[in-house]
Design a protein. Structure first.
Length: 79
């Protein structure tokens, strides 16, 4: 089953995240099927960039968003 979730990148104590489509059983930072956005919680205010049309495609294909990604999608609707 495919999931849309966060993969951690960045330096120690300065995390940045990629929003990725990945198999549910894979490790957090494993190779993803597709990168569909980024999230930087350290920036003031937090920066979120999402490819809404690709996320919609994966959601229609049966991918499930994680709780955090669902919250990011809700707070950053497609324009």
């Amino acid at each position: 089953m495919l999931m849309i979730r966060l993969a951690r990148f960045g330096a120690k104590k300065k995390p940045t995240y990629r929003v990725v489509v990945i198999e549910k059983e894979r490790a957090r930072d494993s190779r993803a099927v597709e990168i569909v956005g980024t999230y930087n919680p350290v920036a003031q205010p937090a920066q979120v960039t999402l490819k809404h049309e690709r996320i919609a495609h994966w959601l229609k294909s049966g991918a499930q968003p994680s709780d955090t990604v669902a919250r990011l999608l809700k707070s950053n609707p497609a324009a």
